[in-house]
Design a protein around this ligand. Structure first.
Ligand code: ATP
Ligand code: MG
Length: 564
């Protein structure tokens, strides 16, 4: 088992090719990338792809990667998000060293550069309202209209911009715009807004500023200040690149970064939008940002997805220029694969029914040897207590079994894993007619799970000794949405599955599964992978089902191979 990200194999892609060329040609002596989250929510698995790409390239090419908070909108940004983002990036296995930055560190420099544009008649203060600016903007087929304020003198612009900063005007009263071209076929070049007035307290700069730069004005210049060589972002910024370059060419910036775009990660059954995820949290539809059903890094962590599994997935899906939707089953497959190699096997009974072995001595306890992980001999074995009264899974018994049901039934013999063969002799029911107890007998010669005469029951069941069982709560998770393309009909909330969480309050664990550390993952035999939840209390573990054992991705791949 390894959590060292440097052991994850990387594939080549068009961005890595560019980086390799730039090093070979001497265009750059070393590589500097950055991951630039806006701290307006928690990171999701799409961000994980970007993190793996930026930090991965820096590591592979001996460069460095900065973590930079794009904190230019104080109305939506919070310290809680900043802290959570740092924790998530670290958990994923990456480290920015001393290179932690904030766009807000550069507010003074950015302001000076905006003044530089004004002095060079490349920017002006506009008194139009946000609505009017939108109306003047034109469309893809029609040019925009010049603002009546576009011709202001340099002196008037300098004066008004200084007074915007000094707080003389109300929110939205004026903006600073670049003077580029209202007829440009690229709408981003139609005099984009550089600064807006916002009387809001910033998590870092407090009340020092009441004008804030836009993403477009802050981003490239922040890259230049930090000496970023390759500014990697998602495809929706492709037609912002001419604007990115426009600023870099006209400002006295200390370096010349270049922007490269790749296709964002989209996943079936999943919505990757901080805004929507925030909505789910605010509306109480989930347990929080780290709800195990959330596609956030914190959610996957709480669910029991290991960091190296997420990194491996990011490598597998790779980097491309074309938008595509990845099946979530692929992520689950990678995670199952990691957990299968690593997770210790344990016994748990989720929906218990009592078994009493009538001919097993009362008060006797045997410690039976069980394998911890058949995939990993070094994981060794453990002792599981066995006694006269046990719990088995309710669904492993049927009073009137259909032809294909091979588990326990009246008169039938099954194997209890690592223990004995038992035969059901009698079914005890309560007044309501529900099965409450199965009276059984056992064959002492089958200790350990094999019969000397070679007979083999058709089913092997898991079990927990009643006297030794630890009660636990287990939370079963299904997909958050009822369809693979949530929101396709226009209403995301309507596609939420109200039954995506099922809480089982009366589960029983073998003692070895009783005190898992929060975040520790085990495989409950025959049931799936489970992870200890932070809601656990001493003597009262709470576990989340990470994944069941059914790997539909592997099956689909296998079928694809035989078919093709
Ligand atoms: P959201 O739309 O969920 O709010 P965002 O793009 O606004 O995401 P940022 O904090 O601005 O969030 O993103 C930080 C970085 O992560 C950006 O470089 C962005 O391109 C990248 N990123 C965001 N979503 C994805 C995704 N689904 N796949 C790959 N990279 C992504
Ligand atoms: Mg954003």
């Amino acid at each position: 088992m390894s959590t060292d990200p440097s052991t994850t194999p990387e594939r080549s892609d068009f961005i890595r090719d560019v980086v390799a060329d730039d090093l070979r040609s001497g265009r750059h002596a070393s590589i500097v990338t950055r991951f630039p989250p806006e701290p307006n929510g928690h990171l999701h698995i799409g961000h994980a792809k970007s993190i793996c790409l930026n930090f991965g390239i820096a590591r592979e090419f001996g460069g460095r990667c900065h973590l930079r908070f794009d904190d230019t909108n104080p109305t939506k940004e919070e310290q809680e998000y900043i802290d959570a983002i740092e924790a998530d990036v670290r958990w994923l296995g990456f480290d920015w060293g001393e290179h932690l930055y904030h766009a807000s560190d550069y507010f003074e420099q950015l302001y000076e550069w905006a003044v530089h544009l004004v002095r060079n008649r490349l920017a002006y203060v506009d008194d139009l309202s946000a609505d009017e600016i939108r109306e003047h903007r034109g469309t893809l087929t029609e040019p925009g209209l010049d603002s009546p304020w576009r011709g202001r003198s340099v002196e008037e612009n300098l004066d008004l911009f200084a007074r915007m900063r000094a707080g003389e005007f109300a929110d939205g009263a004026r903006v600073l715009r670049a003077r580029i071209d209202m007829a440009s076929p690229n709408l981003n070049l139609r005099d984009p807004v550089l600064y807006r007035i916002l009387h809001a307290t910033h998590p870092r700069t407090g009340d020092a500023w009441c004008i804030y730069p836009t993403y477009d004005f802050a981003h490239g210049q922040s890259d230049a200040i930090e000496g970023i060589t390759h500014s990697i972002c998602t495809l929706e910024f492709e037609n912002h690149r001419p604007l990115y370059d426009w600023f870099i060419e006209r400002l006295p910036v200390p370096s010349t970064p270049h922007q490269y775009e790749f296709a964002r990660l989209n996943l079936t059954w999943t919505v990757l939008s901080k805004r929507f995820l925030l909505r789910l949290v605010e509306d109480g539809r989930v347990r929080g940002w780290d709800d195990p059903r959330m596609p956030t890094i914190a959610g996957f962590r709480r669910r029991g997805f290991p960091a190296d599994g997420i990194r491996e997935f990011a490598t597998e899906v790779g980097i491309s220029k074309r938008d595509a939707v990845v099946e979530i089953e692929q992520l689950e497959h990678v995670v199952r694969d990691v957990l299968n190699r690593r997770a210790p096997r344990r016994f748990a009974v989720l929906r218990p029914v009592k078994v009493v072995i009538e001919d097993y001595p009362e008060g006797q306890v045997e410690e039976l040897e069980a394998v911890n992980n058949p995939e990993d001999p070094s994981a060794g074995t453990r002792r599981v207590p066995f006694s006269r009264e046990l719990w088995i899974e309710r669904e492993d018994f049927m009073e009137d079994p259909p032809a294909k049901f091979f588990r326990l039934a009246p008169g039938r013999e099954v194997r209890l894993r690592y223990a004995y063969f038992i035969t059901c002799r009698e079914v005890v029911k309560n007044a309501a007619g529900e099965v409450v107890e199965l009276r059984c007998t056992y064959d002492p010669a089958t200790r350990g799970g094999d019969a000397p005469d070679g007979r083999r029951p058709k089913a092997t069941l898991h079990w927990v000794s009643a006297a030794h069982a630890v009660p636990a709560e287990v939370r079963l998770y299904e997909r958050l949405f009822v369809r693979p393309d949530p929101g396709a009909d226009g209403d995301l909330l309507a596609d939420l599955d109200p039954a995506s969480e099922e809480v089982l309050a009366d589960c029983r664990l073998e003692p070895a599964a009783a005190d898992l550390a929060v975040g520790e993952t085990v495989q409950f035999e025959r049931l799936g992978y489970f992870c200890a939840d932070p809601d656990s209390e001493p003597g009262r573990p709470v576990l989340n089902r990470t994944l069941s054992l059914k790997d539909s991705w592997a099956r689909a791949q296998a079928q694809g191979k035989t078919a093709g």
